[in-house]
Design a protein around this ligand. Sequence first.
Ligand SMILES: C[S@@+](CC[C@H](N)C(=O)[O-])C[C@H]1O[C@@H](n2cnc3c(N)ncnc32)[C@H](O)[C@@H]1O
Length: 259
Amino acid sequence: MEAQPTLLKRVDYDHAQHAAYAKGRALRPEAVQWYMDAFARHLPPKRPLVGVDLGSGTGRFTPALAEAFGGPVYGVEPSTRMRETAEAQAAHPNVRYLAGHAAAIPLPDAAADFVLMFLSFHHYPDREAAVREIARVLKPGGRAILRSTFKERIPDHWWRSYFPRSQQIEEAMFPTVAEARLYFEDRGFSTVAWETPTIPFEGDLEEAVAKLKLRAVSVFEHMTEAELDQGFAALDSALSAGTLQPKPTTGDYLVFARD
Ligand SMILES: C[S@@+](CC[C@H](N)C(=O)[O-])C[C@H]1O[C@@H](n2cnc3c(N)ncnc32)[C@H](O)[C@@H]1O
């Protein structure tokens, strides 16, 4: 399969996202643990497991992966500033953050039991090369977990209707399930699970609006200031009027087994 053409400009996490990401996308510990329990159902029971958190960002999941699976867990992240935040705020004795990217993972062959891509795959400019690297660093039988949004399953976020063009932008940002599977199956992986959990709305709406205003959502990078200002003003009005509705979201992920 050909590498996908870049339809949207690349999001540079060193530019703006790094400053707000850890705060704007923070999850409650129970939500992080929920994912660890979910992923554990698809990983071998032996411990420790060596893991790669590919596109680890500010280390939102990396220490929890080390706690859950033993590690070491390598957080591979191309953005220097995201990585620096992870090193400062998400340190763990069994975690190492490494400069690198999906098409050049700084680890030897057959080093890892699992690779997690948590909302990072759609940022890889060369997904074919990335999947080749993932196959290289995984042990035979290792698992690749792709937590992503998919084009045909764009979540109806609680904020979606205030930023109407975000739907169309996300449809351009994310692969379909079939496309994602093809990248891996073309490289000899088999698809062993496709999970579509519903994630309940967490916290309260006022807190959610304050976090969203930090703009740590990459779809906002593709929208104009005017669109964003208008959306946030409408959200504020709805919050004051008590008409803003909490909504659950989706936590889709695919699991692939390396042959
Ligand atoms: C939405 S953030 C997700 C971060 C983290 N996985 C999380 O869930 O909090 C996307 C991350 O992917 C990283 N990224 C972008 N291009 C990448 C590439 N080619 N290889 C690996 N990671 C990449 C970005 O720098 C950013 O930190």
